[in-house]
Design a binder for this molecule. Structure first.
Ligand SMILES: [Zn+2]
Length: 391
């Protein structure tokens, strides 16, 4: 029996939303699903037990960060990421490509792979489609991604085409190389094509025809307007096979989750929920609030009335507000738990709405109530984080 299966449990009659079940060697995942990101083999400030309690079913870890520190060979010595980090559920690792292009200091990009220097100590490294398969086999995740090229936004049509074609050639090389390693790991394909509708369609068709059990949509949410991202999915989704799960790479704010499901996406990952939590941004059904704000100073109720997370069940908003004002460590844990639970409860509600046949009504009602951060604020935050990471 294949270590990886995907079955569709329900489909929405008037959108592309579907509810499904993914099975992996480390457990099953009910979709649509949000995957918390554990960049350094830890979802920042939250333990695996707390993740479980918040409803996490699968988490993501970053190959780029882990290959540089502590190194994939060391993690392999400990039996892989599952036992090293004490998370025994499904794990997905990315290829490291995105971080090489955005974080590392890329030296040379060639048909072979990407030469770069570490953002930690300036040491030289190279990622190739083949070396990424080896590294990911040492990390031991259930779902792994091949090295791809995420074109910058904006970029020329020629650059977009070249990046897409190389991504396709690298996917074929990764598939051959993967044969050498662990059959229980599942390699997804990655759709690229930047913001060119024809390229997106071509990439979707090419990747769908590879012998891969799942597909990730890459190269979106890289600074383009939201409307442009959704437009690209309208071209991509119809080209994808119905029976393979679809992962929207690096996308996962509450409003993105709700809208992305309707465009046929099953899996979402993003650092945003935990990152904004650490800066005081907490999710509620009415939108993101800043817990630092004076209006919470003497708020006896929880962050959000009715929230079933550990934080809201046990602490007043005033206490959480105080912890952040005092920069107490406990704040980062309590704030992160609330946002992770919010995302996972939302994914569960989306699934229930699809099964009940009322996804579209759920989406419209959610989006009418939820006030997202304005694009201007989002862009400023992105810039700040980028600068902080490079320091
Ligand atoms: Zn809560």
């Amino acid at each position: 029996m294949s270590p990886f299966t995907f079955t569709i449990d329900a489909e929405c009659p008037d959108s592309w939303a579907r509810a499904g079940t993914i099975s992996t060697p480390h457990g099953t995942i009910a979709t649509p699903i949000f995957m918390p990101v554990g960049t350094q083999a830890t979802v920042k400030s939250v333990s695996p037990e707390e993740l479980r309690e918040a409803g996490a079913q699968i988490i993501l870890a970053n190959t780029y960060h882990l290959m540089l520190r502590p190194g994939s060979a060391l993690i392999a010595e400990f039996g892989g990421l599952h036992s090293f980090s004490h998370w025994d559920g499904p794990i997905l690792t990315d290829s490291g490509g995105f971080q090489v292009f955005s974080l590392g200091h890329l030296r040379k990009l060639s048909e072979d792979g990407a030469d770069f220097t570490s953002h930690l100590d300036g040491s030289p490294h190279m990622l190739t489609p083949e070396s990424v398969m080896q590294i990911e086999s040492e990390l031991g995740a259930d779902i792994i991604l091949p090295l791809d090229i995420c074109a910058a936004y904006p970029c020329s049509s020629q650059e977009a085409k070249a990046a897409m074609e190389r991504t396709h050639r690298w996917a074929e090389r990764a598939l051959i190389e993967k044969e050498k390693y662990r059959p229980e790991q599942t390699l997804f394909g990655i759709v690229q094509g930047a913001f060119e509708p024809e390229l997106r369609q071509e990439s979707a068709r090419f990747t769908a025809n590879l012998p891969v059990p799942g597909l990730s949509i890459g190269g979106l949410s890289v600074g383009e307007p939201k409307a442009m991202m959704w437009e690209m999915l309208r071209y991509v989704t119809p080209e994808l096979p119905r029976d393979k799960p679809r992962h929207l790479l690096g996308v996962g704010s509450p409003e993105d989750l709700v809208a992305g499901v309707g465009l046929g996406m099953d899996m979402f990952d993003c650092v945003l929920p935990t990152r904004v939590a650490r800066h005081g941004g907490l999710f509620t059904r009415a939108g993101r609030v800043n817990i630092k704000s004076a209006r919470f100073r003497s708020e006896h109720g929880p962050i959000e009335e009715g929230c079933d997370c550990y934080t809201c069940r046990n602490y007043s908003a005033a206490y959480v507000h105080h912890l952040l004002r005092a920069e107490e460590h406990l704040y980062y844990r309590l704030g992160s738990i609330h946002n992770i639970r919010f995302m996972l409860r939302l994914a569960g509600e989306l699934r229930a709405a699809i099964i009940a046949g009322n996804y579209s009504a759920f989406r419209d009602e959610f989006l009418a109530r939820y006030a997202p951060a304005p694009e201007q604020v989002r862009e400023e935050q992105r810039e700040k984080w980028r600068a902080a990471r490079l320091r």
